[in-house]
Design a protein. Structure first.
Length: 415
């Protein structure tokens, strides 16, 4: 269809001011095809508001990734979406951009709810929204459990257009009639498989009952178990399915295992620290106690180390997350709290000090490295008791986890 002269002129102006923006230095690191195999679209092709484009380019986004190319135009059309794409391929912007485009800042009402399973992910998603919508005059509020309910109530008395929340807290505010969801026509569920687990599903369905009849629901995740299929059939009308997951594991992550006895694990970890070129690493344990004990051991070995788990005070968790993200520490020991959607692109090594029990947990852990198509390394410390689990996860994910060689080439995980 021919474009009007006004639209063409607008594009020319946009290109001109885009060139004048003080953009971050261009990222020249090697990237894998799960973010580079695009159709060649540009953000300007979606006829987004000029102010939104300014936020997109100022954040350093040059062109849409595959999931953004697929999701943005469908979301802008108001369709329900079920989107499956790999960790670290740009899912957050794939829903934030169309959500922000469709907000009317002149209306002082909640127009979109972005639901996430963890507090850290809520803070991170809200930050992306605020940065992308910097020039739009849109008010984004983040509300999670573990923070002052009184402060949240005060925030909702001011202007609110977009809410980023964990399920329990926003339902509490909705039931108190503080967060009025009757005008909220867009619901996004990030890490949807977790939000539809037994922990959250009833809360999510209660929230949906408070939304208007005419609404748009978008589900994003890397894995979609049976619970998602049941939810889809119940709540999504004529949904558009996006599946960019021909294979489950990230292309850019090299995976190894080291066969050890339990008592050898700390020594093995020390050897890895001395041999690997670690930019930042996340080391996963299967319990809170082991997280704290291992962090103490790593510090005693002379390496900088933080730890994070769900039983810590929220203020402490926020500080650890913020400081690690800003590069104040090289290593972070974590429980599975930290596997969901946390995007720290400088993490190039993930170590499973304790091997996970299932393939979904493994996938989400490993996905903390190799963010947005960059290269990463995953090393799994395997005991005799883990051997069958290793085989099962390889089969379920259709991948091969190889025995660790004496030397690991830097080109495999250092872009």
């Amino acid at each position: 269809m021919a474009q009007s002269s006004t639209a063409v002129a607008q594009r020319g102006e946009d290109a001109e001011w885009k060139g004048k923006l003080a953009l971050p230095p261009k990222d020249t690191r090697i990237r894998t095809e799960d973010v580079t195999a695009t159709k060649g679209c540009q953000f300007e092709d979606y006829f987004l508001k000029r102010e939104l484009l300014m936020g997109i380019f100022e954040k350093g986004f040059e062109a849409p990734s595959p999931i953004q190319e697929e999701a943005i135009p469908i979301a802008l059309a108001g369709r329900d979406i079920l989107a499956r794409a790999k960790n670290g391929t740009g899912k957050t912007a794939a829903f934030c951009i169309p959500v922000l485009e469709r907000i009317d800042p002149s209306k002082n009402e909640i127009q979109a709810l972005l639901l996430v399973p963890t507090r850290e992910l809520a803070l991170q998603t809200a930050q992306v929204c605020k940065e992308l919508g910097k020039y739009l005059g849109i008010d984004v509020v983040v509300t999670t459990g573990g923070t002052s309910l009184k402060d949240d109530i005060m925030r909702f008395h001011s202007s609110v257009h977009v809410v980023v929340a964990t399920p329990g807290r926003i339902l509490d505010l909705a039931q108190k009639n503080v967060a009025k969801l009757g005008t909220c026509k867009v619901l996004v569920m990030d890490e949807a498989d977790k939000l539809l687990s037994e922990d959250f599903q009833k809360i999510v369905e209660e929230l949906i009952s408070q939304l208007p009849e005419e609404r748009q629901i978008m589900l994003f995740s890397a894995t979609f178990p049976v619970t998602v299929k049941q939810f889809k059939e119940k709540f999504l009308k004529k949904q558009y399915v996006i599946n960019l997951m021909d294979e489950l594991t990230l292309k850019g992550v090299t995976q190894y295992y080291a066969f050890v006895e339990e008592k050898q694990k700390v020594h093995c970890l020390n050897t890895l620290f001395s041999k690997l070129s670690i930019n930042q690493s996340i080391i996963f344990c299967n319990s809170v106690n082991r997280v704290e004990l291992l962090a103490k051991k790593i510090t005693e070995l002379g390496y900088s180390c933080f730890y994070i788990h769900a039983k810590m005070l929220q203020s402490h968790r926020n500080r650890v997350f913020h400081d690690f993200r800003n590069g104040h520490c090289r290593n972070l020991v974590s429980s599975d709290l930290f596997t969901r959607g946390i995007d720290i692109q400088s993490v190039n090594v993930v170590i499973n000090f304790d091997f996970p029990k299932n393939s979904e947990t493994y996938l989400h852990r490993v996905g903390r490295s190799g963010r947005f198509g960059h290269l990463g390394l995953a090393v799994n410390l395997i005991t005799y008791d883990d051997r069958l689990n290793l085989y099962k996860i390889e089969q379920e994910l259709g991948t091969e986890i190889k025995a660790i060689p004496p030397q690991i080439e830097e080109r495999l995980y250092c872009s």
